[in-house]
Design a protein around this ligand. Structure first.
Ligand SMILES: O=P(O)(O)OC[C@H]1O[C@H](OP(=O)(O)OP(=O)(O)O)[C@H](O)[C@@H]1O
Ligand SMILES: NC(=O)CC[C@H](N)C(=O)O
Ligand code: SF4
Ligand SMILES: [Mg+2]
Length: 493
């Protein structure tokens, strides 16, 4: 048997300065309750489908009664696990995680699931999101002699639950009391010897879905996105609701609405970029939603040109929608090297300068002599766009018109997406015209907030869109704000 807390390496060889110039990912969480099935392998595949949500570390905890087998390491799911490791982790239930760190550095000790001992046995917790009250929560836990081992907000949630359980609460009441101490975004999958828990914060910022595996009795799966269900052949049942806790045991699935004031504030960035296009949200794939964004963009900001191209991968659905609505031919103008990892660091300055060629190579004979409309889902720092525009011109494009299928990103995220500080966001300090000049396009237009929200077909109040308008649905303490917002930084404390 492999020991608990087996680590494959000590530290991820990438520091914060080396992080890519783009919106980074949220984490992926997965859980399965399926006695008699190979839950370990199923979790591995679930995490494989959720790899895009976090590439820093991966981990799986399996439960066999009160015994917990934990294995986690730095890197991609396929690097961390192999057949031999998985075969040494039997269980009836499992919890898995792919991480992109937001609170607590990118070290193996901070990798998840976080496993904590209680009087009722161990719990294993996987968290997607970010708490905004970590300073006070940490102080409170330390005051009560909590033996925090890591610097993550996720471990604090695990300890807060353990504390309640050790004071006499059962798993459910202990978890609910702990959730009330947490402010911020949390979609959680928690394994315990008594059953599997799934929970979302009262605003439902990050997604979490429930699936069913065929067979009798019914077996349940929890995953950040439906693509995590599809890969193992599980059927989508429904979302875990904001402020809901689901409790999965031999008796089936029980639901508890633990928050008095739940509201729907799903992260709109999940819809436009983070989640996989084949994941289903509000009864349709995000591919369809993103195509609609492109159609809306064509209606709002038309321009005459010879071809429409998308920036692979995330800009493609909107480019197809733009082409359909405008009648301008869709073409592939950039080919992506699918083997370049998202966190790949180029070793020399020259390679970094031409970085875009590592990932995207222009098709000269498609582009030469053409007036090109290029569509992307977002501009964050603007570095990617500038390189792409230069590459298109070098390839012979006579005009380059950029259309973005979301509004300008003006504010950082505090809820589990590690966007830069506000001063790094190009649209926080520059007008659309200035951005157009900086990235070197003939024209630039963004989709409006109304266009982005209206295209969801849902009540437009049902989303967090704070990175586009600064309207944060969960209050952020002043000190936390000052760490990322330039406007607040300028105001004396
Ligand atoms: O900060 P910026 O330089 O403005 O970058 C923004 C770009 O980064 C992201 O794509 P990514 O490179 O992650 O690739 P993907 O679309 O394949 O996910 C995003 O979709 C934009 O295309
Ligand atoms: N991106 C996330 O969801 C991160 C989860 C958690 N805050 C961590 O840093 O581990
Ligand atoms: S601030 Fe932006 S990225 Fe963060 S949760 Fe809200 S919409 Fe999503
Ligand atoms: Mg992209």
């Amino acid at each position: 048997m492999i020991p608990n807390h087996s680590f494959s390496s000590d530290e991820y060889p990438v520091n914060c300065q080396d992080r890519p110039d783009k919106p980074e990912e949220a984490c992926g969480v997965f859980g399965i309750y399926a006695p008699g099935e190979d839950v370990t392998k199923l979790t591995y595949f679930g995490l494989y489908a959720l790899q895009h949500r976090g590439q820093e570390s991966a981990g799986i905890a399996t439960f066999q009664g009160k015994e917990v087998n934990l294995y986690k390491g730095m890197g991609l799911v396929s690097h961390v696990f192999n057949e031999s490791i998985l075969s040494q982790m039997p269980g009836d239930m499992a919890v898995g995680h792919t991480r992109y760190s937001t609170t607590g550095s990118s070290k193996v000790v901070n990798a998840q699931p976080a496993v904590v001992e209680t009087r009722l046995g161990k719990l294993a917790l996987a968290h997607n999101g970010n708490l905004v009250n970590t300073t006070t929560l940490r102080e409170e836990l330390l005051k009560r002699d909590c033996n925090l081992l890591t610097t993550t907000d996720s471990e604090m949630i695990a300890f807060a639950i353990a504390e309640q359980v050790n004071e006499g609460q059962d798993w459910l009441e202990g978890a609910i009391r702990a959730f009330h101490q947490c402010q911020g975004a949390f979609s959680l999958v928690i394994g315990t010897p008594a059953g599997l828990m799934g929970a979302r914060d009262p605003n439902g910022i990050r997604p979490l879905v429930i699936g069913i595996l065929e067979g009798s009795p019914q077996r349940y799966v929890l995953a950040s996105e439906t693509c995590g269900l599809d890969i193992i052949g599980a059927e989508y049942l429904r979302d875990v609701e904001p402020g809901e806790l689901v409790w999965i045991t031999d008796d089936g699935l029980a639901s508890f609405h633990w928050s008095k004031e739940p509201q729907r504030k799903l992260c709109i960035f999940e819809m436009i970029y983070f989640a996989r296009p084949d994941s289903v949200v509000h009864d349709e794939t995000l591919y369809s939603y993103r195509m609609r964004l492109g159609r809306q963009l064509a209606a709002d900001s038309p321009i005459d040109a010879d071809i429409v191209i998308g920036v692979p991968d995330s800009g493609i659905p909107a480019a197809i929608g733009f082409s359909q609505a405008s009648g301008i031919t869709y073409a592939e103008g950039l080919i992506k090297n699918r083997y370049v990892g998202r966190t790949f660091i180029q070793p020399t300055q020259a390679m970094r300068e031409s970085g875009i060629k590592m990932k995207l190579n222009p098709l000269k004979d498609v582009l030469a002599g053409k007036r090109v409309i290029i569509i992307d889902d977002s501009i964050v720092r603007g570095t990617t766009s500038r390189k792409i525009v230069k590459a298109l011109r070098d390839a012979g494009a006579t005009e380059v018109h950029m259309r973005i299928s979301s509004p300008p990103v003006t504010h950082p995220c505090f809820y589990g997406i590690d966007t830069d500080t506000q001063d790094q966001l190009i649209a926080a300090t520059k007008s659309v015209e200035e951005i157009g000049q900086l990235i070197g396009v003939d024209t630039l237009a963004y989709l409006s907030i109304e266009g982005m929200l209206k295209s969801t077909g849902e009540d437009t109040n049902n989303f967090c869109s704070a990175c586009f308008n600064g309207d944060y649905p969960i209050a952020i303490p002043e000190t936390v704000k000052r760490s990322k917002l330039i406007l607040e930084k300028a105001v004396p404390a």
